[in-house]
Structure formats: structure tokens, C-alpha cells
Design a protein around this ligand. Sequence first.
Ligand SMILES: CC(C)(COP(=O)(O)OP(=O)(O)OC[C@H]1O[C@@H](n2cnc3c(N)ncnc32)[C@H](O)[C@@H]1OP(=O)(O)O)[C@@H](O)C(=O)NCCC(=O)NCCS
Length: 298
Amino acid sequence: MTTTELLPAQSVATRIHPVPGGCDLWLLAESDVDEVAARLDASSALSPLETERLQRLLRPDSRRRHLGARVLARWAVGRYLGQRPRDVRFAVGEYGRPLLIDGGHLDFNLTHTDGLIACAVTTGATVGLDVETFPARAEAGRLITRVLTARELEHIECTNQRGVREALAEHWVLKEAYTKALGLGLHHAFDSFDIRDLKGRPRVHDPKTAAMPLPDWSLHLLHLGRAYVMGLARSDRRHGTVLPLRLFDAAGTLAGVETATAALVPRAVAGVAVARVSVSGQAVVSHLQTLEAPAHPD
Ligand SMILES: CC(C)(COP(=O)(O)OP(=O)(O)OC[C@H]1O[C@@H](n2cnc3c(N)ncnc32)[C@H](O)[C@@H]1OP(=O)(O)O)[C@@H](O)C(=O)NCCC(=O)NCCS
């Protein structure tokens, strides 16, 4: 057997079992994308449609992040399905939501921003994920009245511009995670629904979907150190219960070190000088308890 045959793109890696009622987060540093794509032999693992979409992206950073998301999804999801990355089959929803073909009860969602790519995987529920740099960029501040409702604006305590940008980022990631779980993305106007109890147990109040037979949603806000904030939405009738959340470092697991505790400390975030994860909304991050610290103390 040659070395190439041992690469995960050609072989099935050890299967991972999702935690019922929980969620796994796979993180990949943008700086690791090229290495991971090479290890997974992305050029042959991606579908013709994925390759075509990738080639249409002109900006190198957009291309890298899109490529990172594709290989991360194939690598991570394949681990649960017992499939080689190249064998995982995807479809696309009406508004662009990536879906699994023959994924059973598994669901996933992807997000990427400057420096970081992430994939959420869950079972028995729908999941939406969004990550942004924290706080929101200064120029994004002007969007606040288009993102937050009058009720939300009333409830935020912003004494300075930084506070406005923090509130904007935190509301934005939860709103986008929710609309991505719905599969609508930006087609669902962010100022048409509220996020309530943002700092406690965030929940969504959405007049448009309230009358529909949709599940309750559990929303979770994660501060990945000081640099990133992440919103996670999971369709879950057991709102208010603790969400077991596991973090996987994609580059670490690919290098075969996932049994070590160190592998569960995301190299992706450590690589950008972030070593703390804090979570609101009743989530528990397994293996990262000792790293929890109050978010953004300044
Ligand atoms: C999807 C959307 C919310 C992405 O916002 P963003 O903050 O720029 O991007 P994120 O990094 O958080 O997420 C992007 C990923 O979400 C996923 N995604 C795309 N559309 C999605 C949707 N409707 N619902 C859930 N997830 C979606 C994709 O995996 C995408 O990554 P990729 O483009 O590299 O494959 C936003 O661009 C949107 O709503 N677009 C609508 C696109 C659309 O309607 N397309 C149809 C045109 S006919």
C-alpha cells in the first residue's frame, strides 16, 4: 500500500458518533487550509460543481475560505457517516443552504470569516452557524438599525462605539445562525425578529414563524477568545437545557492526534492568539472547561 492510499481522502477514518441533543464544532484556521486541502487531495475530492464554484471566486482569500469550508465539510461529515471525504454527497437548498444526501439524521452548517472556518454537526435537529470577527468593524456600525429591532435597540446598553459594535456582532451572529438553520440566510430580514435575553439564555421571537409548526430554537453565543464571536442555532424543543458542545480542531484530527486533550483545544483559535472559549445560552464545552474565562474583559 502506498502512502497516498493511506490519505483520508482515499480511506475511511475512525468514525465519530454524534452526541444526541448536542453539537460538534469543527474549526479550521485559514492558515491551515492549504495543508489540509493537500492532505485530503482536494483537487480530486471536490465535486465538479464545487470545483467550478471555487474557480469562479477571484479573490484569493475568498477562494481559500470557500475551499476550506468544502474540505472541512467533507472531512468532518465523513467522520460521522463512515465515508471517505470524496464520497460525501451534497445538495443545495433553494437559498443556498448546503444539505446532505443520504445523511440520515445528521445535519451540518458552515461559516467562515477572516482567519477562521467552522462547521457545526448535529443529529436529530437542524443547525445554523455564523462566525464573525469581534467586535463588528467600525463601518458596520451604520447597519445597526437594519439589523436590530427597536426592541433590541432599547435593551442594549451601549455607552460607547465599541459597545455598539459588540452588540451588533453578538446580535448578528445569532440572527444569521437562526436564518441559516431555517435555510433562508439573508432572505429573512434581520430586523423582522428579535433575539431576547442575549446575555442569558438567548431565544428568538419571530412573528413570521411563530404561527408555523416549527420547533423552538436553542441559541448559543460563543466567544472564541477576544477575536471571534460565534452564533449557533439548533432546532430543539428542549430549549433551556444544556447543550453539550464538543470542539474539534480539523488540522489536529487530520494529523491523527485527536485522542490527546491538546487536539481538542482548537489550534485554529490558538493560532490567532485566542486561548479561551466562553459560552452563554446554556452550553457546555467538553474538554475546554479549564479554559473558560469571562469574555472580552476590556
Ligand atoms: C448565506 C449567507 C447567509 C452567507 O452569509 P455570510 O456571513 O457571508 O457567510 P458565512 O460564512 O456565515 O456562511 C457561508 C456559508 O453558509 C452556507 N450557506 C449558504 N447559503 C445558505 C443558506 N441559505 N442557509 C444556510 N447556509 C447557507 C454555505 O456553506 C456558505 O459557504 P460557501 O459559500 O463557502 O459554500 C448570505 O450570503 C445569504 O443569505 N445569501 C443568500 C444567497 C442566495 O440567496 N443565493 C441564491 C441565489 S439564487
